[in-house]
Design a protein around this ligand. Structure first.
Ligand code: ZN
Length: 307
């Protein structure tokens, strides 16, 4: 190879080098915007076995660092997450009225820059199995007298008002306890017929005990309602935060007032037979996202609810 060929190859290399520098320098010179990675899909664990009519179920969610869930919607009802260790947990009430089959759920994530992204999931709701109960009661107990209707409607409105505003933070600690000692006489979801007439399914768990047996708060929270209602008699509702409430009905006595903070296991009243009741028992109810759910499904999720 002669000297001219060497010079020519040197020039070519120099040209290539200049070109490389130009390409590197070009984006810096006009400072093109950096392309952001979209928010990645979260890792989701759904407690599939409990996605059954009338149950409480839960979602565990894990995201990239700096990304958090703002909430979600299931069956047109919003739900919220709380942080547990490095994960986020949301409780879902699967209503008795939810039609079995496939339904959509969406979850929204947000990053530190305020960018948001929604993710959609298909959730299968299983059909629950519930017993049928046929009981005979004095005729006046089947349909309330006309002069009680105004009172009943008013009580329903007050209850729904109380259940529509929950504390924005989780107030419960660890697992929920059964609020009184006694024998379970009627389970959640039982299809009831009074004197042959169909009534709404049983919205709680009945625990039979002698009048005066202590009733304890199933977990920590704030007392959101103390009332004497036509159907449920002396009733206490405790708000545990994040749309999770417990209900205690037919009490002979109440020992708390609205606004009181209560600790898990604190005595709140006594078993009785007030309201529409055929004998002393505690009717214990659990409401999540406005849905009545089986109090026994709280126990299934106890490991998740801890902490
Ligand atoms: Zn009951």
């Amino acid at each position: 190879m002669d000297i001219r060929s060497h010079i020519q190859r040197f020039k070519e290399r120099l040209g290539a080098a200049h070109l490389t520098v130009f390409l590197v320098a070009f984006p810096l010179a006009i400072s093109l915007p950096t392309i952001k990675e979209p928010i990645a899909a979260p890792e989701i664990t759904l407690w599939h076995s409990t996605v059954t009519q009338g149950n409480l179920t839960a979602i565990e969610l894990n995201t990239d660092e700096g990304v958090f869930p703002t909430g979600g919607v299931f069956m047109e009802r919003p739900f919220y997450f709380y942080k547990k260790d490095e994960s986020y947990i949301a409780l879902l009430g699967v209503g008795l009225s939810f039609v079995p089959g496939t339904n959509t759920m969406d979850i929204e994530l947000q990053n530190e820059d305020g960018d948001k992204r929604k993710f959609f999931y298909m959730i299968n709701i299983n059909e629950g199995t519930f017993k049928v109960s046929r009981i005979t009661v004095p005729k006046k107990m089947v349909n309330p007298p006309k002069n009680s209707m105004k009172r009943i409607i008013n009580e329903k409105e007050v209850l729904s008002d109380k259940l529509s505003s929950s504390q924005s933070e989780k107030l419960w600690e660890g697992e929920f306890i059964t609020p009184t000692k006694g024998k379970v006489t009627s389970r959640f979801g039982v299809k009831r017929f009074l004197n042959g007439k169909p009534k709404s399914p049983h919205s709680g768990l009945d625990i039979k005990a002698v009048k005066g047996t202590p009733v304890y708060s199933s977990n920590s929270g704030v007392v959101s309602l103390v009332s004497n209602s036509y159907f449920t008699g002396n009733t206490i509702v405790i708000d545990h935060g994040l749309e999770l409430f417990t209900v205690y009905a037919h009490l002979s006595k109440t020992k708390v007032k609205e606004g009181d903070k209560v600790k898990k296991g604190e005595r709140i009243g006594s078993v009785g037979s007030t309201g529409r009741s055929t004998g002393p028992h505690l009717h214990w109810g659990v409401k999540v996202n406005g849905m009545n759910v089986n109090p026994e499904s709280l126990r299934i999720l106890s490991s998740l609810l801890e902490g």
